[in-house]
Ligand binder design. Structure first.
Ligand code: HEC
Length: 190
């Protein structure tokens, strides 16, 4: 009698341990959630809709004319490549060393080669696939001799068919690309 009760109890325990699924099983039933604590907090997630604000957006827009810290673009040399009289700077207004040129080469590879090609001759993938030439940065003497400030301006704001890279490429990287493009005439970075 004692024996069989013990056996039954052991069987029940084993069923509880091995019969239930610990992890990795799916079940149509909602999980048991003994302590909901902070798991179910009412809050907005980024990009979510909101019934609270009139415009229906959870994410609020900055007040008009807000300038984020460090983004006040006030220096005509660094931010526009221009002298105070508005003319383009002949040279890059920051120190250019091998590290800067290497950074420029890397960024050029990402942002410019598809159109201008690795050599800068304006015959990148766009030319290979669609025979559309982009500016020849090396062989066209007008482009090759653009002042540094104007090169920076083209990268920043675009020109003609080319779009600007102000937003995808941060300021220092745009100058680094400018530095690298200038080395392309000598066949690329040393
Ligand atoms: C999507 C293709 C494309 C990309 C990417 C591109 N460009 Fe261009 N770029 C062009 C085209 C097309 C022109 C010719 C624009 C025109 O004259 O209408 C051009 C022109 C230029 C010129 C000559 C401007 C002048 O005065 O005639 C420079 C310099 C230049 N690009 C630099 C760059 C640099 C540096 C990058 C990388 C940050 C870059 N481009 C990325 C397509 C591109």
């Amino acid at each position: 009698m004692m024996h069989s009760t013990r056996r039954l109890m052991a069987l029940a325990v084993m069923l509880m341990v091995f019969g239930g699924c610990m992890r990795g099983c799916t079940s149509p039933r909602p999980p048991i959630h003994p302590n909901p604590n902070m798991d179910l907090q009412p809050k907005y997630k980024a990009q979510a809709e909101s019934a609270f604000f009139y415009d229906g957006m959870t994410m609020r827009q900055p007040v008009e004319h807000t300038v984020a810290r460090g983004e006040l673009e006030r220096d005509p040399a660094i931010h526009e490549g221009r002298a105070t009289d508005g003319t383009f700077l002949a040279d890059i207004p920051m120190t250019v060393d091998a590290e800067v040129v290497a950074r420029g080469a890397e960024r050029y590879g990402i942002y410019c080669t598809p159109c201008h090609g690795a050599k800068g001759d304006g015959r990148g993938m766009l030319y290979e696939r669609a025979q559309i030439e982009s500016g020849d940065l090396v062989g066209d003497p007008r482009i090759a001799n653009l002042p540094a400030g104007e090169l920076f301006d083209v990268i920043t704001n675009g020109k003609g068919l080319m779009q600007g890279y102000r937003y995808p490429v941060p300021l220092k990287d745009r100058w680094a690309i400018t530095a690298y493009v200038r080395t392309l005439r000598q066949g690329g970075a040393p």
